[in-house]
Design a protein around this ligand. Structure first.
Ligand SMILES: Nc1ncnc2c1ncn2[C@@H]1O[C@H](COP(=O)(O)OP(=O)(O)OP(=O)(O)O)[C@@H](O)[C@H]1O
Ligand SMILES: [Mg+2]
Ligand SMILES: [Mg+2]
Length: 522
């Protein structure tokens, strides 16, 4: 279990960030400072590819079924920019406080590999669509964004070792990507993890990418260097193609250990591109700076400059949703706890932008609708404790929730004004989920005779007295004990009354009636 041992070494059970920032003394690497910068490739959530009409695919699709002649680089085919990809990249740029460049351009980056049939990838090397910006992490760190560029994805090649053949699948070739490049502002593997998760939730909330690392719609390269505190930052190495937050963190930690070991031996870190071996928990050299390919960047002659009108940018800006950080701050201000907010926002993940640019319903949108004119704390409790629990018990996702916001609002109201008890309300909620009833809870409560008996006043008291008498008659021995002053027994009698009334009785009132009956003559 060599790999397992190494994993334990690189991920000791220290608290995240516990020692970061205090003179660079992370307990894992005392006397060293770590510098991390990320290049994130996010697949743009568009139905068609960046420069062709063919549809984008997901990894489950049959090979080479979403390929146009342009994607396969047939001679004579020409690119046509998909404006949806530009819209969504601008949404990302706005969310990251990046300056949109009214004038940007596309360049060819040449390299020769079978999964890139044209022999070049179109990217934005010289003039990216957005520059600068920043992302605020909840740890208080501000990570600056260097630039955001639009580019094409490559195809996929797989090697069949048994038949000794390489196979090329062009389904992914030409899909639009946003490359989001950070400045080297992160100081630990965990901080890079927080950055990646925060970025992921922003991409999802503005609807520009699924941001799904397992499915490959979000991939990242990490740049790592180490230095002694107070000294300039060291030589960076880039570890390519990491496809989970956890492995990215492990890869950074492994790379930090490797670089420190070299420097402590008196050797130098060579700038190079490295890969990550998950099983062995180690990084390995792919190519050094000397054999870095000469990409022969050049402006793409088939694509004009990308010129954006101010009015176009303003229109996109006016359709921006509330961002995750803003949502959190607003909900906390409404009096919700951090836990409540975490639950609501996590259920919100994966919401989509429809063709009208409107966001679909997530738990936050749902909460907001129910909370209008109601106590937010009470509403959130009904959602997180009752509704989500009942949905989970039925294996339903939040998307499949049949309870409308009007229904839940009405339910909260009739509990709050004392028309039904909390117990009855839970019964009603279960009933509505099981029967998929579209009726309002106030109507259902009438049909099902669930209206609570008043806690005071005369109406209903004869019914309550009858239940109390029945409860005492059902268990004569316990009633006798209660009469002798056994105080614990009375609660059992109250329980019986509640059961007989199917939760409609008021427990305190029932206790009072029982006490007076037990005191009174036989
Ligand atoms: N000293 C350093 N330590 C760690 N990361 C660094 C350091 N200096 C720069 N970086 C990071 O390296 C990355 C450089 O990415 P960039 O896309 O600009 O160039 P590249 O990696 O050379 O090109 P390519 O896009 O072809 O991979 C940035 O994310 C930046 O934050
Ligand atoms: Mg880059
Ligand atoms: Mg790079």
């Amino acid at each position: 279990m060599r790999g397992g041992w190494q994993l334990r070494r690189v991920l000791p059970r220290t608290r995240l960030f516990s020692t970061i920032g205090e003179g660079g003394t992370d307990r894992r690497w005392p006397g060293w400072e770590v510098v991390v910068g990320l290049e994130v490739h996010a697949q743009i959530k568009s139905r068609s590819k960046l420069f062709s009409d063919s549809l984008t695919s997901d990894p489950s699709e049959s090979h080479n079924t979403c390929v146009s002649p342009y994607d396969a680089a047939f001679p004579g085919t020409l690119p046509k920019l998909n404006s949806k990809c530009v819209d969504l990249t601008l949404r990302t740029a706005i969310a990251l406080n990046s300056q949109i460049q009214r004038r940007s351009a596309f360049d060819r980056k040449h390299y020769f590999y079978a999964d890139i049939p044209a022999g070049y990838q179109i990217t934005q090397h010289y003039a990216p669509v957005a520059m600068g910006g920043h992302l605020d992490l909840e740890t208080g760190r501000l990570v600056r964004i260097k630039q955001i560029q639009i580019e094409q994805d490559t195809g996929k090649s797989t090697f069949d070792a048994r038949r000794r053949v390489s196979m090329i699948d062009l389904n992914r070739a030409g899909t639009g990507l946003m490359e989001i490049v950070s400045e080297p502002d992160m100081r630990s593997p965990e901080e890079a993890g927080v950055y990646l998760r925060t970025l992921q939730s922003i991409l999802r909330s503005v609807g520009s990418s699924d941001g799904n690392m397992e499915q490959g719609s979000l991939r990242c390269d990490v740049n790592v260097s180490v230095n002694r505190p107070g000294e300039p930052s060291g030589t960076r190495c880039e570890v390519k193609n990491l496809n989970s937050v956890k492995f990215m963190q492990v890869a950074i930690a492994c790379e930090v250990f490797r670089q420190i070991e070299l420097l402590e031996k008196g050797e130098a870190v060579q700038q190079e591109t490295r890969g990550f071996d998950e099983a062995g928990a180690r990084t390995f050299s792919l190519r050094s700076k000397e054999d870095a390919p000469d990409y022969r960047y050049m402006p793409d002659p088939n694509l004009p400059l990308l010129l954006l009108d101010q009015s176009y940018v303003d229109r996109i800006r006016s359709t921006m949703p509330e961002l995750p950080g803003e949502t959190r701050a607003r909900l906390l201000k409404q009096g919700l706890t951090v836990r409540d907010v975490d639950v609501l926002t996590s259920v919100d993940a994966g919401r989509e932008v429809g063709f009208d640019g409107q966001l679909g319903e997530g738990a936050v949108v749902y909460f907001d609708a129910v909370a209008i004119g109601r106590n937010p704390k009470i509403v959130v409790n009904w959602i997180t404790q009752d509704l989500l629990g009942q949905l989970a018990a039925r294996n339903l996702t939040f998307k499949e929730n049949p309870i409308s916001t009007q229904q839940l609002g009405d339910l909260v109201d009739i509990v709050q004004n004392g028309s039904i008890t909390g117990t009855s309300a839970k019964t009603l909620l279960r009933h509505m989920l099981d029967q998929r009833s579209a009726a309002l809870p106030s109507e259902l409560a009438r049909e099902m005779s669930l209206f609570a008996l008043p806690a005071d006043g005369d109406s209903g008291s004869s019914e309550l007295e009858q239940w109390c008498r029945d409860a005492m008659a059902a268990v004569p021995a316990e009633t006798a004990a209660a009469k002798k002053g056994h105080s614990g027994v009375i609660n059992r009698l109250v329980g019986r009354v509640m059961k007989m009334s199917r939760g409609r009785a008021n427990a305190l009132k029932a206790k009072e009636v029982l006490q007076s009956m037990l005191r009174g003559p036989d």
